[in-house]
Write a protein that binds this ligand. Structure first.
Ligand SMILES: [Zn+2]
Length: 466
């Protein structure tokens, strides 16, 4: 009788997760949803949030799953800026695999949102909340994956390291960027043969999973200050040399300038493979761009599209302007900010020299502001490519794996700059913009659980590599 009761209870405990939430879920999905909910509901914004709290919450889950305390560390360079580093020990046959996700999120104001940004809300087939897409989906899936592999008694051939880090969203201006800080202070904890990070993702078009992106490189931002100074004077007696006009004339010259197109192995394969998703002139132009040497007419036509243009070349654009000090005074200063996105492999000093040449005025000084963190692209790794392709084809027949170069930056640049190959791939597919950084950030519920399956399989596959 007693035994019967306990078995019934045990059975109901096993079965309960199947009916959690709006739709039937497996136990694995319910377990992941709980990790995800906890992460989204811990505010990790820079203003009032606490990364350390999120890192500790995930550490507690790993400890509860049986990871030894020595392999689960929360390391914080400052209050609220903690990072989690955990290690799933393997046989050591291969160098470690690093799973990287950032815990911090962009600010979100309740009054701007339809839902509370710090409550995980499931509505109409989507998960809403700050970080649901960027980057707490991957963070939660990685934690869940390690717990599952541990429970299954999986014995990896290499250590699998998980790093959940702070201050990705603040860029290089933050002293507490987790990846940068770990590399500088605890490099041995995250030393790896390769890393998996954000920056990838998939596309759904017309209801079909079409493309699973594998990010291998990214453009690097750098800002320049352009400045013209002048003794100025009374505006009732204008002079020929006016700081505002001199700067403006230079900026007009810059507006007409294009850096030369330059393809690398990733962008070449990107155009080659993306061509098969299109037809007519566009498909022909993509194939023409992928040729060596590329077809100049094809490059010119592709450059009319802002996305393809930014993939083809370094870009520099004026983003801020300020000048003068009084309505009735000749300007003593005129300044502009020019924001450049530099192709991997190109040097900031060459970009600066090009700017000086194009501005063509010895009155305009050009200075770098902020820091330039080089991000040499990670090579197209055939072993990783074939694993990603196999799992992609099994899960979404017909979907293509396309290597990509991001035009924005991720924390992969710190790893690449330090010589650790880093790849952006998530298996998280989007049919529409996730509004990452914006209001009502969201992820499709089904895509989220497919991402769970994809990353679990990829990590297990890479973790079994001989
Ligand atoms: Zn992110």
């Amino acid at each position: 009788m007693r035994r019967g009761l306990w078995s019934a209870l045990a059975l109901s405990l096993v079965l309960t997760p199947l009916t959690v939430g709006a739709q039937d879920r497996t136990g694995e999905q319910a377990a992941l949803r709980e990790i995800y909910r906890e992460l989204v509901e811990i505010n990790t914004t820079d203003s009032v949030g606490d990364n350390t709290q999120a890192a500790e919450a995930m550490a507690a889950r790993l400890l509860a799953a049986g990871f030894p305390a020595v392999d689960v560390q929360v390391l914080a360079p400052a209050p609220r800026k903690g990072n989690l580093v955990a290690r799933f020990r393997g046989t050591g046959a291969r160098k470690p695999l690093l799973l990287l996700a950032h815990l911090d999120v962009v600010e979100a104001r309740r009054e701007d949102w339809t839902t509370d940004p710090f409550t995980l809300v499931e509505k109409d087939g989507y998960f809403y909340g700050r970080g649901t897409s960027d980057d707490k989906a991957m963070a939660a899936i990685f934690v869940d994956t390690l717990i599952r592999l541990k429970r299954e008694g999986f014995q990896p051939t290499r250590d699998i390291i998980l790093a959940l880090t702070a201050d990705e969203e603040l860029g290089s201006s933050s002293k507490y960027n987790g990846v940068r800080w770990l590399l500088a202070n605890h490099r041995s904890l995250i030393e790896a043969e390769l890393a998996i990070n954000e920056g990838g993702g998939g596309e759904i078009r017309g209801g079909r999973h079409t493309v699973n992106r594998l990010q291998t490189g990214e453009k690097v931002p750098i800002n320049f200050r352009l400045e013209v100074t002048n003794p100025g004077g009374h505006s009732s007696r204008p002079q020929k040399d006016n700081a505002i006009y001199q700067l403006a004339e230079g900026l007009v010259r810059l507006s007409g300038f294009e850096f030369p197109a330059s393809l690398n192995e990733t962008t070449r394969m990107y155009f080659e493979r993306t061509a098969s998703q299109h037809s007519g002139q566009l498909a022909d132009d993509m194939r023409g761009a992928a040729k060596t040497p590329p077809d100049p007419a094809a490059l010119a036509r592709l450059s009319a599209d802002t996305v393809y243009n930014s993939t083809l070349r370094t870009t520099c654009v004026a983003t801020r302007l300020e000048a003068g000090h009084a309505t009735n005074a000749l300007p003593q200063t005129a300044r502009a900010t020019v924001n450049c996105r530099v192709l991997p492999g190109e040097k900031p000093e060459d970009v600066q020299a090009t700017l000086v040449r194009v501005l063509a005025s010895d009155k305009i000084t050009v200075t770098v502001t902020g820091e330039f963190i080089a991000s040499p692209p990670s090579p197209l790794n055939p072993d990783l490519m074939s694993r990603v392709e196999r799992i992609t084809t099994e899960m979404w027949p017909g979907a293509l794996v396309i290597p990509s170069m991001s035009t924005g930056a991720t924390d992969s640049r710190w790893l690449r700059n330090a010589g650790i190959q880093s790849y952006g791939v998530s298996g998280l597919f989007y049919a529409r913009d996730s509004r990452a950084h914006g209001m009502d950030e969201h992820v499709s519920v089904s895509a989220f659980y497919e991402g769970q399956t994809f990353l679990y399989r990829l990590v297990k596959d890479l973790g079994s590599a001989q």
